[in-house]
Design a protein around this ligand. Sequence first.
Ligand code: NTF
Length: 832
Amino acid sequence: MDARYKSREIERRSLDVDGLKRSFLEWLVYSVGKDARAATRRDWFHTVALAVRDRLVDRWMDTTRTYYQQDAKRVYYLSLEFLIGRLLTNSLANLGITDQCRQALDRIGLNLDDVVEAEPDAALGNGGLGRLAACFLDSMATEALPGYGYGIRYEFGLFEQRFEHGWQVEYPEQWLQFGNPWEFPRPEVLYPVQFYGRVEEFRDSVGERAYRWVDAERVLAMAYDTPVVGYGGDTINTLRLWSARATRDFNFGHFNDGAYMKAVEQKVLTENLSRVLYPNDATEGGKELRLKQEYFFTSASLQDILRRYLQHHSNFDSLPDKAAIQLNDTHPAIGIAELMRLLVDQHGVTWDKAWDITRATFSYTNHTLLPEALEAWPVRMMERVLPRHMQIIYEINAKFLNRSKARAAGDNGRLSRLSLIDERGDRRVRMGNLAFLGSHKVNGVSALHTELMKQTVFADFHAEFPERINNKTNGITPRRWLHQANQPLAALITSRIGNGWIKDLSQIKALAEKADDLVFREEFRRAKRKNKKRLAAYIARQTGVDVQVDSLFDVQVKRMHEYKRQLLNILQAIALYNEMRDNPTVSWVPVTKIFAGKAAPSYHMAKLIIKLINDVAKVVNHDPSVHDNLKIVLLPNYNVTAAEIIMPAADLSEQISTAGMEASGTGNMKLALNGALTIGTLDGANVEIREHVGDDNIFIFGLTAEEVNDLRASGGFNPRDVIASNPSLKRALDMISTGVFSPDDPHRYHPILQALTDGGDHFLVTADFSDYCQAQQAAMDLYRDQEEWTRKAILNTANMGWFSSDRTIMEYATEIWDVHPVKPEHPAETET
Ligand code: NTF
């Protein structure tokens, strides 16, 4: 072998400082094509990423080969969203080579932190649902579970948010603009996916009635693979994302007609399929392109899963023993009809057998009860876009309703609620019902949410299948959200209890006994202060506002949504502002209110609330009479990278949704793990967070889910009465309505005021206002006592171990998937 080539081989695996440095210099020249003098920060990022990538390829192949050789049962996580963020810090930390890399760069005269900053976020998701999928990938790899992620390689991730005159404006997010060093294109992994056309009936070889889907349009799904590094770097799993490609023979006829441009145009249109992520969080517009995206990635994934299965098997009997397919919400639920189609139409499996296999293979997670988020595709659209699937859905439905008829005993309401078709108005396919029926397990994402699922959306299904619904409370990966994002605290924790917590977060419990240790408290505060300084600098850079590092950092970061009640928070801020102005001689606890979050581009109310926050911030931040005791900032373009700066720096975590509406929340977990105290309603996972951190270490307020339900049912709530009886709320609303915050347009906030009064205040902002203000007061009072505050903060961190996504994923593995850890086998190192 060429000596130079051979030495490069060794270099590619070397994990020491010299080896890394030599790799960097070589990659920069031979792959990025720059010399050190001309290289930009981005060039260095690509260089380092490619060199790091080299170091995981061997183990990636070992992992994949081991799964193959052992014919291990795999789990396939189908998700329309993966909100990954940056990968360089993550890969280095999970490989355990952060320090070596830092030193190697140092020797070239570069700073790792600067290089890291050149990486764009992979923002292939909207919020909690997509970030959960990313945490699950990290946990599956860390727990050595044979897990694959399947999704779409969107060319444009979630839009970039900017504020122009305080209004949200969306810009395209072009994460792939300069290439993506982490992905491996697989032009040979290509599956056809069809749309439109019609169904033809025929007689098969034994004279049975059979169907084929003909005259359809064809798109190709091409795979791009990204390695998913588990902590310690032993298991490296795969995230496979599909990109749309026009077939090669795309309308050849046009060429002959000389209509070359038309043909190319068609190609571009076809490939639009994977162009952009839909920016709606928890709402569905019923757009045809969205349905096509869902079917596109689901079909390609299922074809890939069956191909892999058939490498070891000649019939489908043991598919459920070799593959578990998890539906991340209903977005991939069409997969149930698609697997039926593949088994029955393409592989000749009988209907009943195919149905048993399908149900035993699929399971479904529900992430929301909001009616506007429950997908229901118009039958007419479905018939046109996926005619064979519509037929299969009718067949599944007919068989199911027939069976249920006996039990329903004349209760026609029950049957129509169980039906896969909503017959009211224009007929629609209820994807939640399809997902439920086609799965052996259905889970909610927090204890409360799962209970509510049983009582509301799936009450009839629950009666029919009482064993099917189960709970899997969400979790977060401690690698990204503590070990990487909060290095000061991570180092402090490790100095006291060792580093076992990174892989087994239950160990963090040992910190509880340090809560009374004054020295530990002091160091805990110092770590928090360091993080707050970093956030203060970030705030100054992003917004131009200077905030006091020692003020109470009161943080609400999440999508902008009425049910999450950013409005409640900003109303309380106005009330506090008034109190401070009324009582200038009181020594106030300085407070910094930090907001961040995007609104769906078509969600006008949420965008108006953004404008309100910005307007209020402008007035408050420039009012000298509050002596800098109150600052309000709304950070633009909230994403994973911003969250990594914000979470570690928070003192108070706002989890104030209307009870019963937030399925779980996961930001609540990130903040509490990083030592923030929660102020929240008994909603979603807040309920379980309270159980773990203890009632004394959390500020709970407001109506419970049950009370909300009763209040709404009784119709006995009049927001005008509530407002009239609460002077500080009335004053805050009057200020908004008289244009104190919008002198240029005094009526700007009329829709908000309208919703709170005539609109009946659906989200119960006014109903919870007074209790919320009291809880805020309790938090401010406690903050004066820094020792007591720190003690409670430590107890929060110490008691959050259960919320690791490792715990969540092992529950899925044992209780839903029956998938077990597989240790990769490494061939003996070749002699060098
Ligand atoms: C979200 N659902 C919920 O709103 C969050 O409470 C939850 O933490 C995450 O899922 C993860 O489970 C959605 O985004 C959706 F799309 F289902 F509405």
